[in-house]
Design a protein. Structure first.
Length: 192
């Protein structure tokens, strides 16, 4: 059976496009740059820079290298060990990211919360990041579950993916964000 050149050309194009669609769907299902995020991506309630709530200290170091500083942080209901990644000089560091690991005494537990500092340049899929205006946040997200203000500081708390996502505004511009907790703290979290 003989086929015309135009039929073979159309068939070839169709096969090529089908292959591209198949590869796109496979990559999407495998999680490549999917809802888990990646470099420069904030997924509220899940991950920052491809590091997910619940990941290990080793995972953080593998992706980002050694931290600028380490230490401890105390909360009302839990204590953490933290890794801080900062830019700038030692005298004037600008926090980029901070990972809070549940403190198990002699060991680091999983990433329980992630703080996004003023030096971080990544954004959510909606384009929300450090420096975004309050107006753009309200346009991108549903109204917050909770909000409070004091002088020129406004804090809004949202629930995404079953986790808290908190945005701090200074003079109506995003200055800091955070997400967590991996292990729920019912007394502190409005999502539970």
């Amino acid at each position: 059976m003989k086929y015309s050149a135009s039929f073979l050309s159309r068939l070839s194009t169709l096969l090529f496009l089908s292959t591209l669609l198949f590869l796109f769907l496979c990559c999407k299902d495998l999680g490549i740059e999917s809802s888990e995020g990646g470099a420069g991506i904030i997924v509220p309630g899940k991950s920052v820079e491809g590091i997910r709530l619940g990941d290990s200290r080793e995972t953080v170091e593998t992706r980002l290298g050694k931290p600028s500083s380490i230490g401890w942080a105390d909360g009302l209901y839990r204590g953490w060990r933290h890794y801080t990644y900062a830019e700038g000089s030692r005298l004037n560091p600008q926090v980029r990211l901070q990972f809070l690991f549940i403190d198990h005494g002699d060991t680091y537990g999983p990433v329980d919360a992630i703080a996004i500092g003023p030096a971080y340049v990544g954004t959510t899929k909606e384009g929300i990041g450090i420096g975004s205006t309050h107006e753009s946040v309200r346009h991108a997200f549903e109204p917050p579950a909770e909000a409070f203000s004091s002088q020129n500081i406004l804090v809004e708390k949202y629930c995404f993916n079953g986790r808290r996502f908190e945005i701090h505004f200074r003079d109506s511009v995003v200055s800091v964000m955070s997400t967590g907790y991996y292990v729920p703290i019912p007394e502190e979290d409005l999502c539970y």
